[in-house]
Design a binder for this molecule. Sequence first.
Ligand SMILES: Cc1ncc(COP(=O)(O)O)c(C=O)c1O
Length: 351
Amino acid sequence: MNPLDLARPEIRALSPYASARALADSAGILLNANENPYPPAGDGGLGLNRYPDPQPAELKSRLASLYGVAEEQLLITRGSDEGIDLLMRTFVRAGQDRVLTCPPCFGMYALSAHIQGAEVIEVPLIEKRSEWQLDSEGIAAAPACRLYFLCSPNNPTGNRVPAAQVLALAAQVSEHGLVVIDEAYIEFTDDESLSAQVAGTPNLVVLRTLSKAFALAGCRLGTVIGSAELIGLLRRIIAPYPLPTPAIHAALKALDTPVERQGQLAELAAQKERLVKLLQDHAAIEQTWPGTANFILVRTRPGTALVASAAEAGIRLRDQSAQPGLDRCVRITIGTPAETDKLIAFLREWP
Ligand SMILES: Cc1ncc(COP(=O)(O)O)c(C=O)c1O
C-alpha cells in the first residue's frame, strides 16, 4: 500500500494556494504581493514589510543536516503542534478514521484527532517493574487506525520506545496506517533518531522540534520528517506563510552555537540528578520515574497536595492526575541551578 493512498481524497485532489513568494524569487522590484514597500519602525533590517519565504532555504538546509535527511523529506512547521494538526487534516476522514494513542501521553494527539472528528482508540502504556512500556499486544488487537502516535522519550512518563518496536508497528499497519514517532525530547538521550528509517519505511513519520533542547519554544519551529511525497501532501494544506521572519532569524542564530546548547544539556542533567536523589528518598513521594528527558514524573502519597503547595511557594508544577494510570502524579520540569535550589528547599519543608 502506498501511504499516499491513505490521504483524504479531497487533499489528494487539491491544488495548493500559490503564494507570490512561492511563485517567484524575491530578487528585483517586488510588486507582486501587495506588501508595503517601506519597512516598519524598529525593523532592524529584518524586512518585516515582506512576506517570509514559506520554507526558508537556509533554515531548511540547516535542519536537513541537523536531522540527517534530504531537504525534500522535511517540512518546517509552527512547532510540532502544527505538524500533528497537518497530519490529522491530511490523513484522517472525519467520522470514519480512527487515531491510536498510548496514554499517558502528550495531549495534543487526542485533541487534534477530536477536532478533526476522529475516534481516538487508547491503548494505555503498561507499567512493569517501574518501567512504562508499549502494550504491543493491545495495539495489535485494536481496530485498524489511520494514525498511530508514539512518543520517545514519552511525555510525561519519560520512557523510551525501542526503535525495533516502532518499526515493527509500521510494518504491521502498513496496509492501513501511518506511524508517527514524536521525538520532541530525543536530544536529552543518546538514542538515535528514526529519521534515517523514513527513506525505507514509507508509512513512518518523525516529528522533531526546536522547542526543547534547542531552547526555542518561543520561535514555534518544528519539523515533520517523512517521504518526499508525504511532505508534498502536507505542503498542500499548510498556511501560505507559516513561519514569521523574526522566528527564522532567531533560530538561525541559535543554531550557530551548538556547543552552548551542549553545556545547557549537561547542566540540566546535573540538576535532574540532584532532584531525583531527593525525590527518591522523600517521605511524601510514593514513586519517582526519572525518565530520560528534561522532566521527572512522581506519584505523591495520598492526602498530599504537591501542585497546590508548590504554587503557594511560587513554583509551578504540572498536575498529571487526569491521565490514565497517573493518579496523584505530578510532572516536574528541570530548571536552572537557582530554580532547583528553590525547589529543593521547598521540597525539604513539604508537606
Ligand atoms: C511530546 C511532545 N510533542 C510535541 C510538543 C509540542 O512541541 P512544539 O513546541 O514543537 O509544538 C510537546 C510540548 O510539550 C511535547 O511534549
